[in-house]
Design a protein around this ligand. Sequence first.
Ligand SMILES: Cc1ncc(COP(=O)(O)O)c(C=O)c1O
Length: 417
Amino acid sequence: MKLSSFGEKYTGQSGIVDLMADLGEALHTNPNMISMGGGNPSRIPTVEEIYRDLLVNLLSAPNGTYNILGKYQPPQGDEQLLKQLAQLLRAEYGWPITDRNVAISNGGQSAFFVLSNLLAGKYTDGSIKQIRFPLVPEYLGYTDAGLETNFFSSTRPAIDIIDEHVYKYRVDFESLEVTDRTAALCVSRPTNPTGNVLTDNEVSQLDAIARESHVPLIIDGAYGAPFPNIIFERVTPHWNDNTILLLSLSKLGLPGVRTGFIVASEEMIHAYANANTILNLACGNVGPAIAGKLFEDREVLRIGSELIMPYYRDKAMRAMELVIEACSDLPMYVHKPEGAIFLWLWFKDLPVHSTQLYQLLKEAGVLIIPGHDSFAGLDEDWPHTHECIRVSYAQDEEQVKKGIEIIAREVRKLYAK
Ligand SMILES: Cc1ncc(COP(=O)(O)O)c(C=O)c1O
């Protein structure tokens, strides 16, 4: 089969595709494997029940089946829903938003693909621009999103050691370079994979730098405010018309509906809607129909803040206790869990590369994500990039405890060699 350069790029070697295939294969070969690798949200029965009832009611309403299954959405998404989301954001945060500032996408991943390629890559004057991560590690799913190579550049973070086993990344503003090759700044807040939540101060500095440099600031709020709001710190959500905010229903427990939202300037929304129509024709209806109901009476905010956030906060705190207890004799630091659904563990001076640790843990019956692919765009050789792993605590506590014990046992053997 002969393939174009697009075809070659998207069928060629990719760290993430290989890793995902390997994770799937490992689960298939060993059904008892403790799975702490994936990004699936937890099953929360009370929340699942709400969605089930809602979907049944939607389908049994007059014209329900037709409305949900029988028609296409307009390019920007259902007008009524755009108005509802704009109204919710205006009321909640006072942001000056109308339905012209909002678009619906088939999930955050697809929205990021379209937006990042609208902004970065080759320009008609021959110049090439990149998306800049002001702080890595960042979301693994971005790594291969660019149609061009060298699509990302990134800045090494500063590290604040909080105590004997806890640390936090901070944007190193002194090293953050924004040049005429920069197309946009991009952060996830809370950050996948670390559970970091950029402080208000960091966000306002990034906002100022982005505006001075005439580039947008992309904030991926897949875990953030206003929903699912898996944030354990007191921080202020940010938006102005130089911000591109990405939201998603996935971590509310609805990854199967593939629905996300973009909140941006009218110009950006218009560009997005055009490109999305060419790529997807229209977004699905099921997620938007559920969202329409959830936005009524701001039920979505209640589900996030009262049912989902406390659930993950308790799990995060418990997992952190377990990991500190299990690794008390090891040079292990856990990133302070401030949001999202993962622990990020740093084994200082780890004697092997995190990929080898991933293999050893797989043989020992635990799946995690090795950390080095999360440092996209970082050109320097920094040992820290292969000393970290991402561990999901979305499983039940018994599994999480067992998994953490195996991780500590295997890592201890490595340091003892
Ligand atoms: C930071 C971040 N952004 C985007 C996504 C993609 O989410 P969606 O399911 O909406 O495509 C994920 C999924 O895990 C994520 O962690």
